[in-house]
Ligand binder design. Structure first.
Ligand code: FES
Length: 145
């Protein structure tokens, strides 16, 4: 079996939603200190709290790029509350899997989206339960190497 699924290769070669949103309503950036990869997510959110547009910039490995591309596709057009439920597992499944040592790359996508939503909440003084946002990326947890 190939190491990477067709979907991973597709999203790596033709990533969707690459770029920057000027004046984004929420921006989230996370980095993985172990591999040095960085992911940044930009959200445009309307008055009904629907994600109208989402873009990403990822300086990272192919799996991180494929994960960001898939994650942005999954949350586009969704309510913010749904985007918060997106897990790295859902991203990995949508990509038809990632090699075990690359799972941490998909964690970056989940965390960058959460951070962008938190930024949106903070900027708009929207109340939320702080428990829904994990502390900043703790690489010890997910990056065995
Ligand atoms: Fe760093 Fe994939 S995100 S190796």
């Amino acid at each position: 079996m190939a190491l990477y699924s067709e979907k991973v290769m597709d999203h790596f070669r033709n990533p969707r939603n690459v770029g920057v949103i000027e004046n984004a309503d929420g921006v989230g950036e996370v980095g993985n200190p172990v591999c040095g990869d960085i992911m940044k997510i930009y959200l445009k959110i309307n008055a009904d709290q629907i994600i109208e547009e989402v873009k990403f910039e990822t300086f990272g490995c192919g799996s991180a790029i494929a994960s960001s591309s898939m994650a942005t596709e999954l949350i586009k057009g969704q309510p913010v509350s749904e985007a918060l439920k997106l897990t790295n597992k859902a991203v990995t499944e949508a990509l038809d899997g990632l090699p075990a040592h690359k799972i941490h790359c998909s964690v970056l996508a989940e965390e960058a989206i959460k951070k962008a939503v938190k930024d949106y909440y903070d900027k708009n003084n929207i109340e939320y339960d702080p428990a829904i946002f994990p502390d900043d990326h703790d690489c010890e947890h997910c990056c065995g190497g």
